[in-house]
Design a protein around this ligand. Structure first.
Ligand code: ADP
Ligand code: MG
Length: 259
């Protein structure tokens, strides 16, 4: 069940949403080769507006490559990527209306927390009181409102992760991309952030594409899970569907490891 369907059911879709509408994202015949390595092999995947979709698979299965192409940091060797129904394959990241939480996209070290969040807002022409309001709200959502004046080096790893999440959501993006964003956190903080992220998903109605190698995390968080192995999309379905009817032994074994 997607956020759109939930919103339609409760009749709140067009009123008081905090964000622009969520968008669909689609991979059509996407292959990505690095020399002789096929990181992605002819991927077809349609992500629904407002859904929480998790890319799950072992290390090296192609999860980050898929997300990197969706974000626009790299281009597929062949195939197309559509966002909101439009081909965006060669549109650069800063021209895509998305929030990203990647390890390679760390906080700006020379800016304090406030200014890290002000940056994507300024880039969108949002200033003054509105900007300050959005910054406070995003920091409250990740419980970091007391740290606005701190610099990244003055924060713990977990705090930096939460600020990175706040920076990604501060402009209410219709699409949020997260690569192993909770993996570095200790267990308690990770569970807290999982809960927060689910809450955010409900409230923002953003489409979220979330990458993890952690089966339990995927099952807890997702509307649907896309299981990748060796660059191929092995199965796509709800967590319960994957448990009840795994497409093959790989999926059964991989999900079984969650217990
Ligand atoms: P995952 O995120 O699931 O661990 P990746 O998408 O990072 O997997 O990698 C998939 C495959 O593509 C791996 O075999 C990896 O070594 C290879 N790969 C990824 N990025 C590059 C790159 N920039 N150059 C060469 N090989 C790469
Ligand atoms: Mg990865």
């Amino acid at each position: 069940q997607t956020a759109d369907m939930r919103n339609a059911a409760s009749g709140t879709r067009s009123v008081s949403r905090e964000t622009s509408h969520s968008v669909s994202a689609e991979f059509a015949g996407v292959t990505k080769s690095f020399g002789s390595v096929k990181a992605l092999d002819n991927i077809d995947l349609a992500i629904e507006p407002g859904e929480f979709l998790t890319l799950l698979g072992p290390s090296g299965s192609g999860k980050s490559t898929l997300l990197t192409l969706l974000a626009g940091f790299d281009q597929p060797t062949s195939g197309a990527i559509k966002i909101g129904g439009k081909v965006q394959t060669h549109v650069p990241p800063n021209r895509r209306n998305q929030g990203i939480v990647f390890q390679s996209y760390a906080l700006f070290p020379h800016m304090n927390v406030h200014d890290n969040l002000a940056y994507p807002l300024a880039a969108r022409g949002i200033r003054g009181a509105e900007r300050e309001q959005l910054i406070v709200r995003a920091l409250e959502r990740v419980r970091m409102e007391a740290y606005a004046e701190r610099y990244p080096s003055q924060l713990s790893g977990g705090q930096q992760q939460r600020v990175a999440l706040a920076r990604a959501i501060v402009f209410n993006p219709p699409l949020l991309l997260m690569d192993e964003s909770l993996s570095a956190l200790d267990r308690n903080l990770r569970e807290e952030m999982q809960f927060e992220l689910k809450e955010l998903h409900e409230r923002l109605s953003a489409t979220i594409v979330f990458v993890t190698h952690d089966q339990a995390e995927a099952v807890t968080m997702s509307d649907r899970i896309a299981v990748l192995n060796k660059g191929q999309l092995v199965q796509l379905g709800s967590p319960s569907a994957l448990y009840k009817e795994p497409a093959n032994k790989f999926v059964a074994g991989f999900l079984g490891e969650a217990n």
